[in-house]
Ligand binder design. Structure first.
Ligand code: ATP
Length: 406
């Protein structure tokens, strides 16, 4: 059977993955076998999400009615029902529902009624609490088919420490990254000297290590020193796979979806108040703004080197008229030139402007010219992919250390 759960947490605490990890242990206690624990991230632009729009799926051998009862009881025990935005959903399906529902949930927006219809078609047991929105994520989780997958070990805190400051040895995190990168990633951000894998929210997670396989995340995890941990769970995930991206065309992008878009840089990038850098790309007579926000730190230094005429592929979510860049391919830097007044052939002095549109004139001998000196600027920006640093990376974004996008 496939068990799906979503929407059990609130900004004040809990985490659906923690509930899933506790459920794994309760099912094992009931002599059930858990074949896989899966963590899927869904459309990152869904406004109802608490943090990272996660949902979980457990692939279990055992009695489905018993498992459904245990899962529902655990949701009632642990979910934060006081929060208006917490609307849990639990699904137990004997077979996988249509994976198209997962595809839609990770790339687009879904309705509760669509989830319920799919569950009825699949003959699944399900229960939704309050407005039942969690059924969307729970249904997406059980219908998920992952073309690409990664691992994450989530180390949870002992319950009596929930909400207190976390203690994880910083040097051991940097050492783990040093030893296991690129097979693990985003434990720390070495360029910006920031720890990435330890949350600051009051949820049960102590830290999480992301990587290519259970073996690699475990290797990194074993190097980390911290307060005494509670339970730990290795999850199969769609994190770091770009599952949210769709190929898009400028002019037909939809609000809240995430795209890969080809275009030609139209203007010099500008940095506004707050340090956010923006530029526009065009395709024919259609254009869209691209944003590299301040938290993307050093990535903005790459963006600022773009010049009109550069061909790029911009990847990121389309929100309020802008693509919020996650990564970018500089396909072909265009030719960039500067124009200066010509040098007088008689006096070897640089001429000066003779008025707008009137060309140039030598101050010494009065010679005139209508042709400026054109100089090509040597570009420092090399073709290739560039990405935001680990501290600004979204859960679903595929890091370049996993291989370049096609
Ligand atoms: P949690 O740990 O509780 O899962 P979260 O940050 O992952 O926290 P949720 O609390 O699950 O966020 O809130 C996301 C809500 O949005 C859930 O009810 C989920 O069912 C719903 N949802 C997820 N993806 C979509 C989608 N593509 N379209 C519509 N609703 C969605």
């Amino acid at each position: 059977m496939l068990i799906g759960i979503d929407d059990t947490d609130s900004p004040q605490g809990m985490c659906t993955t923690y509930l899933g990890a506790v459920l794994v242990r309760r099912l094992i206690r009931e002599h059930m076998r858990v074949r896989e624990a899966r963590l899927v991230r869904l459309n990152p632009n869904v406004t109802f999400k608490t943090r990272g729009n996660a949902a979980i799926m457990l692939d279990v051998e055992g009695d489905p009615d018993r498992a459904f009862a245990i899962a529902c009881a655990l949701v009632e025990e642990l979910a934060d029902f006081t929060c208006e935005n917490t609307n849990p959903g639990v699904v137990v399906a004997d077979r996988q529902p249509d994976p198209a529902f997962y595809e839609k949930a990770v790339k687009d927006f879904c309705e509760i009624d669509d989830a319920v219809r799919i569950l009825d078609q699949a003959g699944a047991r399900y229960r939704g609490w309050k407005n039942r929105r969690g059924l969307i994520g729970a249904t997406a989780a059980v219908s998920s088919e992952l073309a690409d997958k990664t691992s994450e070990i989530l180390v949870y805190r002992e319950p009596h420490r929930f909400g207190t400051p976390r203690s994880v040895d910083r040097a051991s995190l940097f050492a783990a990254e040093e030893t296991t990168f690129p097979h693990t990633w985003d434990t720390v951000d070495r360029v910006n000297n920031v720890v990435v894998c330890v949350p600051h929210t009051p949820d049960p997670v102590l830290f999480g290590i992301r990587g290519e396989s259970p073996q690699w995340v475990m290797a990194a995890r074993q190097m980390i020193r911290s307060e005494p941990p509670g339970i730990e769970q290795i999850w199969v995930t769609n994190q770091g796979t770009d599952a949210h991206l769709t190929d898009g065309d400028i002019g037909s992008l939809r609000e809240g979806l995430s795209y890969r878009v080809h275009g030609i840089v139209e203007n010099e990038p500008e940095t506004g108040t707050g340090g956010h850098t923006s530029f526009t790309i065009q395709d024919g007579d259609r254009a869209v703004r691209c944003m590299a926000y301040e938290p993307t730190k050093n990535f903005r230094q790459i963006v600022r080197q773009l010049r009109p005429g550069d061909t790029v592929i911009a990847c990121g979510s389309y929100k309020k008229g802008s693509i919020n860049l996650e990564k970018m391919n500089v396909v072909a830097p265009g030719k960039s030139v500067t124009m200066r007044p010509p040098v007088c052939t008689a006096c070897s002095k640089r001429m000066t402007s003779d008025g707008k549109g009137k060309g140039w004139k030598c101050k010494k001998c009065g010679a005139r010219s209508g042709v400026p000196d054109v100089e090509e600027i040597i570009r420092t920006l090399k073709p290739g992919w560039y990405e935001v640093p680990p501290t600004a990376r979204r859960h679903l974004a595929k890091p370049l250390c996993r291989g370049l996008p096609e």
